[in-house]
Write a protein that binds this ligand. Structure first.
Ligand SMILES: Cc1cc2nc3c(=O)[nH]c(=O)nc-3n(C[C@H](O)[C@H](O)[C@H](O)COP(=O)(O)OP(=O)(O)OC[C@H]3O[C@@H](n4cnc5c(N)ncnc54)[C@H](O)[C@@H]3O)c2cc1C
Ligand code: FES
Length: 258
């Protein structure tokens, strides 16, 4: 699959919540090649500090030549990206990694996103044949973080349910609580979020015998399979590289308890 190094141009930046930003970038080569679940490695800021690129899921291909990134500010790199202004350049390498595998057409599916793990799921919902047969379960700390995202999935025709830690929107509790009732009706689950959430989703799907794909997060220095910094233990005893074997993997490929 093609991978490019492309100097994207910032077109727009929207603040969706206190620490959540959506960056719209003109990146025609990457936009044309991207598949849902893939990611880019982005430079952060105009100087060599920070030196390393940071990985970000492709949130959406918002036009034939543009991609969007959903950025949660947690450190220096993400803070610099959130401060970008229209017209500035952000160097990207991508699209990288293995994305989600398409289900059979019109199969009922469930997308489960926790926190910033919601980022790749909107691009996935965009490409589903039958979004009206897709239940989207979104979990976050507060309702503020989910307002725009919920609306975007609903506009596609998906059925959206929410769970928040503070009870400010939807179910007061964990997103996994929302998944259990769906497991009798859906044929496949796709999940992205923090590791404990993914482990719980994988266990619930295994018990219900529902196939599940997970998009994993790991610290990444290169994103290209060269530094071996992004390994997770595989169920077969070998190590998997999140950047090359994933980030999307079948849940049964991962050793969740190690
Ligand atoms: C495949 C993939 C896709 C990702 N997609 C997105 C996305 O769409 N949007 C988004 O906002 N973020 C995403 N991330 C996470 C993002 O890459 C990190 O938040 C970012 O690199 C942090 O950079 P920083 O310079 O701001 O923070 P740093 O200064 O590097 O780190 C700040 C703190 O956060 C911790 N940290 C850094 N990276 C991670 C991580 N991956 N997991 C847990 N803790 C971490 C550090 O240990 C440190 O304590 C993704 C990561 C991966 C691997
Ligand atoms: S990030 Fe370097 S090998 Fe995966």
């Amino acid at each position: 699959m093609p991978e490019y190094q492309e100097n994207s141009i910032v077109q727009k930046i929207d603040r969706l919540a206190e620490t959540l930003y959506r960056l719209t970038l003109r990146a025609p080569l990457i936009a044309a090649a991207a598949r849902p679940g893939q990611f880019v490695m982005a430079t952060c800021g105009p100087t060599l500090d920070p030196l390393l690129r940071r990985p970000f899921s492709i949130h959406r291909c918002s036009g034939p030549e543009t991609i969007q990134l959903l950025i949660r500010v947690i450190g220096r790199g993400t803070e610099l990206l959130a401060r970008c202004r229209p017209g500035e350049s952000v160097s990207l390498i991508g699209p990288l990694g293995r994305g989600f595998r398409l289900p059979a057409p019109t199969t009922p599916v469930c997308l489960v996103g926790g926190g910033i793990g919601i980022a790749p799921l909107l691009f996935w919902a965009d490409r589903l044949d039958a979004p009206e047969r897709c239940a989207v379960l979104l979990g976050s700390r507060t309702g503020e973080e989910l307002t725009e995202l919920t609306a975007a999935f609903s506009q596609l025709g998906c059925r959206v349910e929410t769970a928040t830690d503070d009870g400010s929107l939807g179910h007061h509790g964990l997103v996994i609580d929302l998944l259990i009732p769906h497991l009798t009706t859906v044929s496949k689950v796709y999940a992205c979020g923090p590791h404990p959430m993914l482990a719980a989703v994988a266990a619930a799907c295994r018990s219900a015998r529902v196939p599940c794909e997970v998009s994993l997060e790991a610290h990444m220095a290169c994103g290209l399979g060269a530094c071996l910094g992004c390994t997770v233990p595989g169920a077969d005893g070998r190590y998997l590289h999140v950047c090359k074997n994933g980030p999307v993997m079948a849940a049964e490929e991962v050793a969740w308890n190690r």
